[in-house]
Design a protein around this ligand. Sequence first.
Ligand code: COD
Ligand code: ZN
Length: 375
Amino acid sequence: MSTAGKVIKCKAAVLWEANKPFSIEEVEVAPPKEHEVRIKVVGTGICRSDDHVITGALVMPFPIILGHEAAGVVESVGQGVTSVKPGDKVIPLFIPQCGECKSCLNTKSNLCSKTDLGTRAGLMPDGTSRFTCKGKAIYHFLGTSTFTEYTVVHESAVAKIDSAAPLEKVCLIGCGFSTGYGAAVQTAKVEPGSTCAIFGLGGVGLSVVIGCKVAGASRIIAVDINSDKFSKAKELGATDCINPKDFNKPIHEVLMEMSGGGVDYSFEVIGRTDTMTAALACCQHNYGVSVIVGVPPAAQKITFDPMLLFTGRSWRGSVFGGWKSKDAVPKLVADYMKKKFVLDPLITHILPLTKINEGFDLLRTGKSIRSVLTF
Ligand code: COD
Ligand code: ZN
């Protein structure tokens, strides 16, 4: 029996308040309105940004359904939807591509003004929610909300992908993989023969390592305070792995020496202000480029020596790898299907949605790279 046009009752992980575990609840998911799409989620990764909401580092309203790195199948579409149809395999996009705003119309940018990343209203673009639980409206997360069997997104926030794609793997293209890989190949545009340094070897940092390797970097120096991360980094292309705790001088000096005067490209993939300045300082003084991928806890500021920039270094940021989401995601999935890069080594755990709290514990204790929740 078709569920189109009807409210769907299904299982979801609801976060009722900060610093509490998720509760598995039965929620009602309203049908998609005009230009909206209802998706049956098949696989969804656990990303550090979801944890940032739990701890309060990323402020969102509660109760909320988190999750933003997913892949699924279209269940039904609202009026006026033309880019996807029921049965299509799709990836929700936490940065949409409306095609009309200043960012979408500029070839150099990807941060569509319709994203909820800045406003954090936790609602659909029309200012309402599609989720209810126990009679209470539940907030959305970044226009995606994927820790649920069914979700509703705006048409500008969903990309159709190859019908043969394995959804429990390509879900990583919805956030972590594309964010890191794109920071190297799209934002920094790493050239063959370059020397790169990557600070932080979580799922996103390792995706930067993959990007540097695909771009043909000849030296890829991976930096992390947890040496357990090094074997995976080497497997994915790191040529050197260093732990700042093993040195009695600042890590940027170590990198300066190792690279004979500074790296061509550095990436901060932790979200700490001290490593952001270290990443800037370790790149070549005249043409080095440092890319900030991590976001520090709200309200933190950086003080740094402006001479670091005066001599010619560039300091850049990269959101979702600089990709225009709706255009790039299908191509990234196609590249994965053509084996241009791997995703499997990034997935260390596969768990049912009901074990979501276990998945977050694995992230917090540094035991997982990516845990994928299935339904
Ligand atoms: N020096 C070196 N390494 C460190 C240090 C340090 N001082 N502190 C921590 N680390 C290492 C940890 O051991 C860990 O291996 C790694 O840094 C961080 O990895 P994870 O697993 O915590 O994080 P990721 O890879 O899942 O995500 C990292 C981001 C920085 C991208 C993320 O936390 C973030 O800031 N996201 C916001 C940016 C964004 O695009 N948000 C939109 C949706 S995600
Ligand atoms: Zn994410």
